[in-house]
Design a protein around this ligand. Structure first.
Ligand code: ATP
Ligand code: MG
Length: 722
């Protein structure tokens, strides 16, 4: 058989990794050196050359999107669909295992995944039920703490609280939250992993089943695995499976979420793998690569790597300093326009930023210019209110014990069920240790509610029952359509909201029905005995954010630096290169975090193939107030000979460099270009131009709310803010 296509277009080191014969392998290599490519080729190699069944391979990636791409790449290489091959995220894979063995894992068959927002609400509910001071026990903080304990593999009974009353109460909250989840058949993200770990650890038959099944376990982006994930890998691998692990310590960016880059060295110690280094970068121009290497060299405690390229020197990296965040967005979109006019595609351009909120101005500007775009993350499709409402109905039909779903839609659309009635139902549910749905049913039957409330609640229960009957034999699309229709959500939004908003919600509901209709259940899920509904609900919870926008449409890609991991684009913008924003404020307060921000910068820069822009704004509204900003320290870590300051629009400005700019034209008047001022009527703005002198002096100010305006200085009565 000719298998040369599996090895063509691989360099020697890559080939060595793909064809490694015995033992475990660790590929430790820098960005763009072909780690993911090697992993994909290895899967194909094992199937085609070693004639392994796809079922005996387990591949783990970081996002569902990456998993999808990997699957199709393997398919292309093999010329057939690798059915039975498990490729997924840790969460996706654990979900499948738990579904297959829900009983042994101590879960109801219809358990539901609790997404992060639901989890937060539920924890808040628990804290309120315990009548605790929410200032002293903020739900957000408790959410972080609970997830942290789970990621470390700790149940409430494993936590040492040292008789500290505060810590003891926190443990109580954790315990009550767990009880609640158990009663309602809910599983949060961290629980998916912990539960699977416990199942495989404590159940010999299950452990053996998976250890026998998977002869090879391959993991991408290993540097961002947490303690629990590594423990899982060890359990699944057992004594027999061969591990193939690829990663880059310089791209470890999830430490704040419990990822342990130490897993890389632990793996090297625990498994004694063959170490393979890939040193040639195939992605970026020499300029981009060298600049990225220089920035990351400011970190210590690196494992150390060489990375070189045969690629072109390429264009210099361009740095642009904008007066305001608005101008920054204008600049970026104008450069995207240039790119499109020169024949580039929109999907080739990516705007990367540190925090989701930054997307708004870019969206605004792209909309104004009529350039299609797609935002990853942020307000995700499956997180939108109308989608969550509709999905909650579906969840309730699927599992009546799903309390968060009950709470969400019991009075949506409004049917006269007040907070007092719900509180009564909650009380009853708690004292009987049953679900809200069951308690409600019981109270209605027993006539324990006032006539009006009883009637309203009865209607709601009937609605769910009716849906249950109507959809029992239905396909997924039909089911979704029935939910949207029966619950009559559209009318409800139309009644309550502005027409355009209600219309968007309706469109989204239609899109949801379409998503359900076209949902193709992964064969591996079907083989695992999952119902299409269970797969769909899990996908909604796990793959939120990956469904947005028209997939096939050519659009500009907007995403956070974190979600850009593993991807590559010919044209990249890194926006908001400012101290406090990037590196993030928090990172200057905690040790180790600054290095992580620098790695994030390295990740961002190494996404770029041909052209890279770094931009910042000299004033920006941040954390609710407008202020002058300072250029990110990462800018000063760039080699000067590889960068080029893009001339600002206003030619008065002096000097290059990254210091705050001070203009000369208006200096005598006390209003430097770029300074922040306040105007009685127009509010806060930035001085972007100065003309004339004396009584005739005029300034152009870019107001945050009112936009750009020319004002005569002697009348304007401006106040300097910085
Ligand atoms: P990251 O660290 O960012 O995840 P990576 O190490 O996984 O990067 P890949 O995404 O696998 O790198 O590869 C980067 C780019 O280089 C891809 O476009 C890939 O197709 C290409 N590439 C990798 N190896 C070769 C090769 N031997 N010949 C040609 N192109 C290659
Ligand atoms: Mg990769």
């Amino acid at each position: 058989m000719d298998v040369s296509h599996l090895l063509d277009e691989l360099n020697d080191a890559q080939r060595e990794a793909v064809t490694a014969e015995d033992g475990h392998v660790l590929v430790l290599a820098g960005a763009g050196s072909g780690k993911t490519r090697v992993l994909v080729h290895r899967i194909a190699w094992l199937i085609q050359v070693h004639h392994l069944s796809p079922m005996s391979l387990l591949a783990v990636t970081f996002t569902n999107k990456a998993a999808g791409e990997m699957r199709s790449r393997v398919g292309q290489l093999l010329g057939l669909r690798p059915d039975g091959l498990w490729i997924g995220t840790f969460h996706g894979i654990c979900h499948r295992i738990l579904r297959m063995h829900s009983k042994e894992a101590g879960l109801p068959e219809t358990f539901q995944i609790l997404d992060s927002e639901d989890q937060y609400r539920l924890i808040r509910r628990v804290i309120r039920d315990m009548e605790l001071d929410e200032g002293e026990y903020p739900a957000r903080q408790m959410q972080g703490l609970i997830n942290y304990h789970k990621d470390e593999g700790r149940r409430p009974e494993n936590i040492e609280a040292f008789d500290n009353p505060h810590a003891l109460t926190q443990v109580d909250i954790y315990r009550n939250y767990e009880d609640y989840c158990r009663r309602s058949g809910l599983v949060d993200f961290a629980e998916l992993l912990l539960r699977t770990l416990e199942l495989l650890r404590d159940n010999d038959a299950r452990r053996k089943q998976y250890q026998d099944r998977f002869g090879h376990v391959l993991i991408d982006e290993f540097q961002d695995t947490n303690k629990l994930q590594y423990a899982l890998v060890r359990l699944i691998a057992g004594q027999r499976a061969r591990l193939f692990v690829v990663g880059d310590d310089d791209q470890s960016i999830y430490g704040w979420r419990g990822a342990r880059v130490e897993n890389v060295s632990d793996f090297a110690r625990d498994f004694d793998p063959a170490m393979i280094r890939l040193e040639q970068n195939y992605r970026s121009t020499a300029t981009i690569l060298e600049a990225a290497n220089r920035v990351i060299s400011h970190n210590d405690e690196r494992m150390g790597k060489n990375l070189w390229t045969e690629g072109q020197q390429g264009e210099p990296i361009r740095v642009f300093s904008a007066f305001s965040a608005e101008e920054e967005a204008e600049f970026v979109v104008a450069r995207i326009r240039d790119w499109l006019e020169a024949g580039g595609a929109a999907t080739e351009a990516a705007v990367l930023y540190r925090s989701n909120a930054q997307s708004r101005l870019f969206e605004h500007q792209l909309l104004a210019e009529g350039i299609p775009y797609r935002v990853y993350g942020g307000q995700r499709f499956f997180e939108r209110a109308e989608i969550k409402d509709a999905m909650s109905y579906l969840r309730l039909v699927h599992n009546g014990d799903d309390d968060p779903a009950f709470e969400r839609v019991v009075n949506v659309p409004a049917r006269g069920i007040g907070e007092r009635t719900v509180a009564g139902i909650r009380e009853q549910a708690r004292s009987d240790g049953q679900s809200l749905f069951a308690a409600a049913r019981q109270m209605v039957t027993a006539g324990a509610l006032s006539a009006r409330a009883g009637n309203a609640v009865g209607q709601f229960l009937d609605l769910i029952d009716r849906l249950d009957e109507r959809t029992r034999e239905a396909g997924l699309g039909e089911m979704m359509a029935a939910v949207v229709e029966t619950a009559d959500l559209a009318t409800w939004y139309r009644k309550r909201e502005a027409p355009d908003r209600a219309e968007t919600r309706e469109e989204n509901l239609t899109e949801l029905i379409r998503a359900a209709e076209t949902f193709a259940q992964p064969l591996e899920d079907e083989q695992a005995g999952l119902s299409p509904l269970a797969s769909f609900l899990a996908q909604a919870a796990l793959e939120a954010g990956e469904h947005q926008g028209e997939k096939w449409q050519d659009c500009v890609q907007l995403m956070t630096l974190h979600s850009a991991k593993g991807l590559e684009f010919p044209l990249v913008f890194m926006a908001g290169m400012e101290e406090g924003l990037f590196p993030h404020q928090k990172s200057t307060e905690e040790p180790g975090r600054l290095s992580e921000e620098r790695r994030l910068c390295y990740v961002g820069m190494t996404r770029a193939m041909q052209r890279l822009y770094l931009t910042y704004a000299e004033s920006r509204q941040l954390y609710g107030r407008t202020g002058t900003t300072y250029p990110s320290r990462f800018l000063s870590e760039l080699p000067e000979e590889l960068t080029e300051m893009v001339r600002p629009r206003i030619q008065h400005a002096t000097g290059g460099g990254f210091g705050p700019r001070s203009g000369d034209a208006g200096a005598g008047l006390g209003f430097d270009l770029g300074s922040t001022v306040s105007h009685e009527r127009f509010g806060i703005g930035t001085v972007v131009n100065v003309e004339g002198s004396g009584d005739n002096a005029r300034v152009q100010i870019n107001f945050e709310q009112a936009g750009p305006k020319w004002l005569v200085l002697s009348y304007a009565n401006l106040e300097r803010l910085d």
